[in-house]
Unconditional design. Structure first.
Length: 301
């Protein structure tokens, strides 16, 4: 009997078509196709909370995410249901976003765009990404991709992980490292250990003019503390995630100076979608064959 897999896009039908004995059903939340109740695998839509749906599928054994982040699912699934993420799919795409954001801020593109609207020819030198000292909090796939894309700019990269190991500093060294870096990139999952990690005291350790980049999760950063630093013009930031999210109207972040803000899009390019389904296909293939899954999520950092 074929294994039923629920997918949120027709792209998923194509991506999983090569798997033997699999019936792939596209679905929409609240509008399940006939036969959906037999699903053993659920691929959720990105940024949609489908935990309740998972609890209505009696044969469900695997939730395969299209994202690397899994904080909305950890500890919320029925007993016996595995949770797997798309680690390895988004590094290159998110690294591209980080590179673009840093060049945008250092070369002052937003200011020049405003000058164009004002019809002002404001010629002046700008800063550059070349030779900057960059600390990456996280030492996984994204950190590796960032190291690769930043290499042509001759940046000095420092990696910080949960524990120290060869080439990686431990997170207990973060406070000492911060004053010596021009950029801090957050690339860690949201866990009990990382929630609120970047607070008033941590931001105060960053040197004047430094840039905070958050492509992880909004609650890793104390929003009020970040806004205070931005309002003082001491730090700048590029964030793709916020706390709260979505950002409500009239929130202070909308108006904060020195901020590049995008609505959680760093990992949702067409390239990332194809890569995520490729990872999902491999994980589902392992699951069906009874082999261990590489991307099982256990909630640790």
């Amino acid at each position: 009997m074929a294994t039923t897999v629920l997918v949120p896009h027709h792209m998923g039908v194509t991506a999983l078509a090569h798997l033997p004995d699999v019936r792939v059903l596209p679905y929409r939340p609240g509008d399940l196709p006939p036969g959906a109740h037999t699903a053993r695998v659920l691929i959720p839509e990105i940024h949609v909370d489908l935990v309740e749906l998972a609890h209505t599928l009696p044969d469900l054994r695997l939730v395969q995410l299209l994202t690397s982040g899994a904080d909305g699912w950890i500890g919320r699934l029925p007993e016996g249901v595995l949770l797997s993420n798309a680690r390895g799919a988004h590094g290159a795409g998110v690294a591209e976003w980080v590179l673009g954001a840093l060049i945008t801020l250092y070369r002052e593109f937003p200011a020049f765009a405003r000058h164009r609207q004002e019809q002002r020819w404001n010629t002046h030198p700008t800063d550059t990404l070349y030779h900057k000292r960059i600390l990456i909090l996280g030492a996984g796939d994204l950190a590796r991709a960032l190291t690769d894309v930043l290499a042509p700019f001759r940046t000095a990269i420092t990696l910080v992980g949960r524990t120290a190991r060869t080439g990686v500093h431990g997170v207990n060294e973060l406070t000492e490292l911060l004053p010596h870096h021009d950029v801090v990139v957050l690339a860690v999952p949201l866990t009990e250990h990382t929630r609120g990690l970047i607070d008033t005291a941590t931001l105060a350790r960053m040197p004047d003019g430094a840039i905070l980049v958050n492509v992880a999760r909004g609650p890793i950063v104390d929003t009020d503390a970040l806004v205070a630093e931005l309002d003082s013009h001491r730090l700048r930031a590029a964030v793709d995630v916020t706390d709260p999210e979505p950002l409500p109207p009239h929130h202070r972040l909308w108006y904060a100076p020195g901020l590049l803000l995008t609505p959680h899009t760093a990992g949702t390019s067409s390239h990332n979608a194809r890569s995520a389904y490729a990872v999902a296909a491999t994980q589902i293939e392992h699951f069906l064959a009874g082999r261990p899954l590489d991307n099982i999520v256990d909630g640790r950092y």
